[in-house]
Design a protein around this ligand. Structure first.
Ligand code: SAM
Length: 248
């Protein structure tokens, strides 16, 4: 039966591949990969040989139509990205949307994602978290984006690349202040994995002082904004006014 499988792959350590993901990749008629060379290496490691097509940001729309036609003809398609879960700051949403529109089953295979991996080790209360993904590359727009979530009572998760990590931490420090708590997760599941928590001032100094800490891939988990200080007017609205209303 034609099905689009959305398959998570490891974010570093290949042993994080799930047995079910291997079953589906082995059973698929075709694998839609972000970069066929990257996925080719993964398949080679697991001894799987399959036809692949490239589904990237710039061709996702046109390729989605072609793949839906193949699904309608009865094929099984497995979609993967270079690392982690497709559709999470990666191509995937348009193909899944096109499959839904055509009435084709979309079956997710859960596995690694830098998002959940970093959150799980952050030690923050994850009851409420906002996944922001990549911030804008330029200083002004990045500071505007940080300002947009600065006061939210939710954790905020950011993806960052090595060549921008210092600029990004400096802008977070500028907008959120030196004392906001943050967890930095670098090279998750890989040899030089670093997970460190502290204030923005501490982590900026830590990364600036060691060029090794500026290499690799990063997830930043920013603690929720502290509750705003109550003003007398707030106290009147929320505490005194209901009490007064109860008076005979
Ligand atoms: N779809 C992927 C996922 O589910 O995590 C994310 C793809 S996005 C293009 C790549 C970004 O994810 C990197 O720039 C980094 O911020 C984060 N990332 C991916 N692998 C990571 C790792 N092993 N350690 C830390 N961050 C990682």
């Amino acid at each position: 039966k034609s099905t689009l499988y959305v398959v998570a792959t490891p974010i570093g350590n290949l042993r994080d591949m799930t047995p079910r993901a291997l079953d589906v990749l082995a059973a698929a008629d075709v694998i839609a990969a972000e970069d066929t060379r990257v996925t080719g290496q993964l398949l080679k490691y697991f001894g799987i040989s399959k036809p692949m097509v490239s589904l990237r940001e710039h061709n996702e729309r046109s390729m989605a139509d072609k793949l839906v036609a193949r699904l309608q003809a009865g094929e099984i398609i497995a979609q993967v990205s270079d690392a982690g879960t497709p559709g999470i700051s990666d191509p995937g949403a348009q193909l899944a949307a096109a499959a839904h529109a055509a009435g084709i089953a979309v079956v997710p295979l859960p596995g690694a994602s830098a998002l959940t991996t970093a959150l799980s080790a952050s030690g923050f209360d994850c009851a409420h978290a906002l996944f922001y993904g990549f911030l804008p590359p330029k200083h002004k727009q990045r500071c505007d984006a940080i300002t947009s979530f600065a006061a939210l009572p939710y954790l905020v998760v950011i993806y960052e690349a090595p060549h921008r990590i210092i600029d990004c931490l400096q802008d977070l420090h500028e907008v959120l202040g030196a004392d906001r708590q943050i967890a930095l997760a670098r090279e998750l599941t890989k040899t030089f994995e670093t997970i460190r928590r502290g204030t923005l001032a501490e982590l900026l100094a830590f990364v600036q002082s060691d060029s090794n800490q500026q290499r690799g891939e990063f997830v930043l988990v920013i603690d929720a904004a502290p509750p705003a200080e109550q003003t007398d007017a707030d106290e009147h609205d929320h505490v005194l006014a209901p009490l007064v209303a109860e008076l005979p």
